[in-house]
Design a binder for this molecule. Structure first.
Ligand code: HEM
Length: 227
C-alpha cells in the first residue's frame, strides 16, 4: 500500500486529476471573464461586483486555495514525471511512433507547461496581486458605496499591444497543452474504454480549442475597443 502512494501510476493519476480540476477552473474563470464583453457602466458595475464576490465569498476562497494547490501539485508532479521518463530513456526514440504519448509530445508538454506557468505568474501579478494587495482605483456606485475597480485595471491592461500579444501567444500554448493534456488525463484515469475512445478524443480536442480561443477573444476585443 505504502508503495502505491509513491508509485509512478499514483503520481500520474494525481497529475491527471489536478489537470482536470484546473480545466474546470478554466471553464468557470472563462464564464466570469465573459462579462468583460458588457460595455459601459453596466458592464463595469457587474464585473466589479463579481470580482468583489470572488475575492470575499468563503466558498470561492476555498476553491481558490484548491486552485493554487492544484497548480503547484500539477507543476511538481508533471516535471518530476517528465524527468523520470527522460532518465529511463536518455537517448530517445530514433523514429517517433506517432503515438500521442511519444517522447516528442511529453517534451513539448514540459515546454508548454513552463511557458504557461510564466503566463500565470505575469497574469496573477497584473490582476490578482493588484486586487488583493495593490493600490486600486474605486468605482462609486449609485447608493454611495465604493468598490475596487478591477474592470478598469483589466480593460486598460489591454491598451498595450505587447501585453495583448503575450496573451494571444499564451492561449495558443494553452490550446496545445490542453489538446494533449485532457486526452491523456482521461486515458490515465481509465475512462478510455474502446467504445468511447473516439467521442472522448473528440470532446477533449474540442475543449482544448474552445476554452483558449474564447479566452483569446477577450484581450483581442478589449485591445480593439481601446484603439
Ligand atoms: C485571457 C483572458 C483572461 C482574463 C481577462 C483574466 C482575468 C483575471 C482577473 C481579472 C483575475 C483577478 C480576479 C481575482 O483576483 O479573483 C484573474 C485571476 C486569475 N487568473 Fe485569469 N484571466 C484570463 C485568463 C486566464 C488563464 C488562461 C489562466 C490560466 C491558465 C488564468 C488563471 C488565473 C488564476 C489562477 C487567477 C487567480 C484566481 C483566484 O485567486 O482564485 N487566467 N484572472
Amino acid at each position: 500500500m505504502n508503495n502505491y502512494f509513491t508509485s509512478t501510476i499514483f503520481r500520474k493519476i494525481l497529475a491527471a486529476l489536478s489537470g482536470l480540476f484546473l480545466t474546470f477552473f478554466l471553464l468557470g474563470h472563462l464564464a466570469g471573464n465573459l462579462q468583460l464583453f458588457i460595455s459601459g457602466v453596466e458592464g463595469q458595475t457587474q464585473f466589479n461586483k463579481y470580482a468583489l464576490f470572488m475575492t470575499t465569498n468563503p466558498v470561492v476562497k476555498l476553491l481558490s486555495i484548491l486552485t493554487y494547490a492544484s497548480i503547484l501539485l500539477h507543476v511538481v508532479l508533471t516535471l518530476y514525471l517528465a524527468f523520470k521518463s527522460r532518465q529511463a530513456r536518455p537517448i530517445g526514440y530514433a523514429v517517433s511512433s506517432g503515438n500521442s504519448n511519444s517522447s516528442w509530445s511529453s517534451n513539448n508538454m514540459a515546454i508548454l507547461g513552463t511557458f504557461l506557468l510564466l503566463f500565470i505568474i505575469v497574469h496573477m501579478r497584473s490582476f490578482w496581486y493588484e486586487m488583493h494587495f495593490g493600490e486600486m482605483p474605486y468605482q462609486y456606485l449609485d447608493d454611495g458605496t465604493k468598490i475596487k475597480d478591477l474592470y478598469l485595471i483589466t480593460t486598460s491592461a489591454f491598451n498595450n499591444p505587447l501585453y495583448t500579444l503575450f496573451y494571444i501567444l499564451s492561449m495558443i500554448a494553452l490550446a496545445l497543452h490542453l489538446k494533449h493534456g485532457v486526452g491523456s488525463a482521461v486515458q490515465t484515469i481509465g475512462l478510455k474504454l474502446p467504445n468511447y475512445e473516439k467521442p472522448l478524443k473528440y470532446i477533449a480536442e474540442s475543449v482544448a480549442l474552445i476554452i483558449p480561443a474564447t479566452f483569446a477573444s477577450i484581450p483581442i476585443y478589449l485591445y480593439i475597443k481601446n484603439l
